[in-house]
Write a protein that binds this ligand. Sequence first.
Ligand code: SF4
Ligand code: SF4
Length: 167
Amino acid sequence: MANRPCGACTVCCTWLPIPAGHVGPEDKPAGVDCPYLTCAGCRKYENRPIICRRFECAFLKARAWPVEWRPDRSGLLCLSESLPNGLWGSAVYELAAGRLDSPVGRAIIKQLLEQSNFVVLITQDGRRTLRPGLRMDTKPERIPRPHFVQNHRPKDSSLRPHNRPLP
Ligand code: SF4
Ligand code: SF4
């Protein structure tokens, strides 16, 4: 079954870092717009790089999630991935202050905890909290750091998306 469309959301085109060679000769840092991003969306959407074609946030993967949970509406970018030791990890990035504690935020976190071994919550100001999921049977210190937690740290805090208004 085909995944749902992104609709008007372009959060990952700004929020996520993209290695050199995909959308330009240099790394695109997290928090910086992709050079192909316009106010009408991706201007090379039909020929977008494979890295973009393959990327799916948790909303895009989950057809049952309501549209209010889409990152541009919820203010939360959720990523999930399977890890080498059979664990399933998720991360929730807060894109605007207070979204983790909003009713939608709490509902999203509850859903992710039910389908993950752990969820890392990253607040707008960069604080990280690890929450064990319902299927958790491994001690937190044994959990490998998912690549999306390792890689999504803008060195320059001015580039963090919490310094940018949501669309
Ligand atoms: S953050 Fe998710 S829904 Fe939004 S554009 Fe990226 S993949 Fe699509
Ligand atoms: S190439 Fe298009 S889809 Fe990929 S990050 Fe840039 S704007 Fe987004």
